[in-house]
Design a protein around this ligand. Structure first.
Ligand SMILES: [Zn+2]
Ligand SMILES: [Zn+2]
Length: 632
């Protein structure tokens, strides 16, 4: 076995561990979406549609298609993209891997697999590599590699991309894999012209309001063990496992510490005691919200030891908590990248032997209680749905694990997997015709470099087309508190939309647990269905563990804290510009961004990175940030 073979397989496997380690905004793996040449596209696996056959118009270059060919940002120089990736710290992880090595390895590994090298030989070599190079401790190495063997070996064996293209996905544009904008895949918009943009108008004073709760990124850990050592030398601590003495070269730097009853700020997830305390508290204040949105990620970060059965068990456990403590509150959810096993693995329909029925069926069981039967077909097929909880308001739940660069199945074909975006257009067009307003739920913020570029660009254009209809968007995944902007896709100056990126319930990592309650304009005739304000509530974990009395405290409301006149896209854009100029205001935002866990003040590159994260509503567009702030 040549060392490069184990290296390459290992890179796939360790991505998941690294993913588990990196939940700070801008600290996840970089990648790029594949180029789809005609030859490649024609050989790609057949992807079936979420919509009806008649509604699937394909992605050809016809009238109404969102076009990218003239987009200067797609032809950006390598230096500019390298700078973008550096800003997102995407190059650090791959600092020792050159493009030449990558291309060589991809070529060789594909040939080796095709020469039928025994799978177990590959797996054992990778485990040895993982242990010998002290990437993780032996316990994690032995479990993480088999988790991914089926996915990785199948994908590499069936890879239809050239080695250059594959390395472009792994290493990004900085890997000298240029884009060919003409080959960008495009969703098809209807012929109906875009209505004239109508700036939102605030409701009259005294107009009725609704309120709804958002929970995101619970990451419940049933193996959480009070008193276990922290840190522990593994990607996830505070666990029963950590009480077992084992040889680990990584624990030598461990400081004395014990996991608290309600959690720990370091790499620990949520104990059931904390979740029960949260649900008990929410039950006591249930008159303060009308319904709940849940934006994904229920299981813990022990991605090396999970199974499908365990993931479904977590889903069911959460359902029981909702049933027990909040039985009359409708819950509208979307699916996170941790719901599946192995992590991030969402093979699109049509790949032989791969079927997401185990998860989508479980989601249908969980979500179906609050959805009309007409919404269930798309849950079973793609993990998405569209439903109207109130006349005039539509909730569209998107599964954007189909844009996740950690979803290796997309190496086989990343062109609108499951036709989710084409389906979204149909839902938005229908809503526009009916005069409905839409709230979009999805897990991964679409501007995050976790989200593949072309999916992200298409989504950005869809939001642009339906700016009068999509009034609010709600994301999770980052575990921290921020928002992301959408500007008009001609000048990129006029704010047309934004999305809330909500802080997590999990403490992973260096977070206080947070939940959020929004105030919404509705429910009355001609409601705007726009969020008017929200309130965050947090648990001071140190105090909770010391007192054994978890007290949820008010954190802030943006209108007051940031002196905003409203929560429309123009107001968030205005806040962005004010934060650039007013450092006190920015530092206040930064404390909220870090979930009230005190940090050193954020200046220089730290400040630029966070402001750029907000500006970049679509991924891999390094020109976007400098259109709005001074990027040095
Ligand atoms: Zn998460
Ligand atoms: Zn996530």
């Amino acid at each position: 076995m040549k060392p490069w073979l184990s290296f390459f397989i290992f890179t796939f496997c360790t991505m998941a561990v690294l993913e588990a380690r990196s939940k700070v905004v801008g600290d996840s793996k970089q990648t790029q979406t594949p180029e789809r040449g005609g030859d490649t596209a024609s050989k790609s696996v057949k992807i079936s549609s979420v919509g009806t056959p008649a509604s699937n118009n394909g992605h050809g270059a016809t009238d109404g298609v969102v076009k990218f060919g003239d987009d200067k940002s797609s032809g950006m120089g390598i230096n500019k993209m390298a700078s973008y990736l550096q800003r997102h710290r995407r190059l650090d992880r791959w600092g020792n891997v050159t493009c030449g090595v990558c291309v060589f390895v991809v070529t060789e590994i594909r040939d080796m697999i095709r020469r039928a090298t025994a799978v177990q030989t590959i797996v054992q070599e990778v485990i040895k590599f993982c242990v010998n190079f002290k990437i993780e401790d032996e316990h994690v190495c032995k479990l993480i590699v088999p988790q991914f063997q089926e996915e990785v070996l199948y994908v590499v064996d069936n890879l239809l991309l050239s080695p250059d293209e594959a390395c472009g996905i792994i290493l990004g544009d900085a890997c000298a894999t240029p884009y060919f904008p003409g080959e960008m895949w495009n969703v098809t918009l209807p012929d109906t012209p875009k209505p004239i943009p109508r700036p939102p108008t605030p409701p009259k004073p005294g107009a009725p309001t609704l309120r709804f709760l958002q929970l995101t990124d619970l990451h419940l850990d049933f193996q959480y063990a009070v008193g276990s050592p922290v840190p522990c030398g593994e990607p996830l601590c505070c666990r029963v496992d950590d009480n077992i003495t084992r040889t680990s070269t990584l624990t030598s730097h461990a400081q004395p510490g014990k996991a608290g009853k309600y959690g720990d700020y370091q790499n620990c997830d949520v104990p059931i005691d904390m979740l029960i305390a949260l649900f008990s508290h929410l039950s006591s204040i249930q008159d303060q919200f009308d319904y709940i949105i849940m934006t994904g990620d229920i299981p813990a970060h022990d991605v090396w030891s999970q199974s499908r059965t365990q993931q479904v068990y977590h889903l069911t456990a959460l359902d029981k908590l909702f049933d027990q403590y909040l039985p009359n509150k409708p819950v509208y959810a979307c699916v996170g990248n941790h719901e599946t096993s192995p992590i991030n693995a969402f093979p699109p329909p049509g790949i032989p032997g791969q079927d997401m029925g185990w998860l989508y069926g479980a989601l249908a069981e969980s979500w179906g209680k609050w959805l009309p039967s007409s919404a269930m077909d798309t849950v079973f097929r793609c993990g998405v749905y569209s439903m109207s909880p109130y006349p005039g308001l539509r909730i569209v739940s998107i599964n954007n694990n189909y844009c996740n660069n950690g979803n290796w199945w997309l190496l086989l074909n990343s062109t609108d997997p499951c036709d989710v975006l084409q389906w979204l257009i149909e839902e938005l067009q229908s809503a526009e015709v009916k005069g409905e307003k839409v709230h979009i739920l999805m897990h991964i913020p679409p501007g995050d470099p976790n989200c593949l570029k072309y999916w992200s660009f298409n989504f950005y254009n869809i939001v642009n087309r339906y700016e009068n209809t999509v009034v609010n968007q709600f994301y999770g995944h980052s575990h921290q508190d921020w928002y992301t902007m959408f500007y008009d896709n001609l000048t990129f100056q006029r704010p047309v939309a934004f999305g809330f990126v909500s802080p997590s319930v999990t403490t992973y990592s260096l977070n206080n647990p947070i939940y959020r309650i929004y105030t919404l304009d509705g429910d009355y005739a001609n409601s705007s269905w726009a969020v008017l304000d929200y309130s965050n509530f947090y648990l001071n974990l140190t105090e909770a563990n010391l007192s054994d009395k978890p007290q949820w405290q008010f954190e802030y409301s943006p209108k007051k804290a940031y002196n905003m006149t409203g929560l429309y896209a123009k107001d968030w854009d205005d806040l962005l510009k004010r934060m650039e100029a007013d450092d006190d205001l920015f530092q206040q935002f930064y404390l909220h961004n870090k979930n009230m866990y005190p940090r050193t003040p954020c200046h220089g590159n730290c400040k630029t990175e966070l402001l750029c994260d907000i500006i970049e509503g679509r991924s891999y567009d390094p020109d976007l940030c400098s259109k709005h702030i001074n990027v040095t």
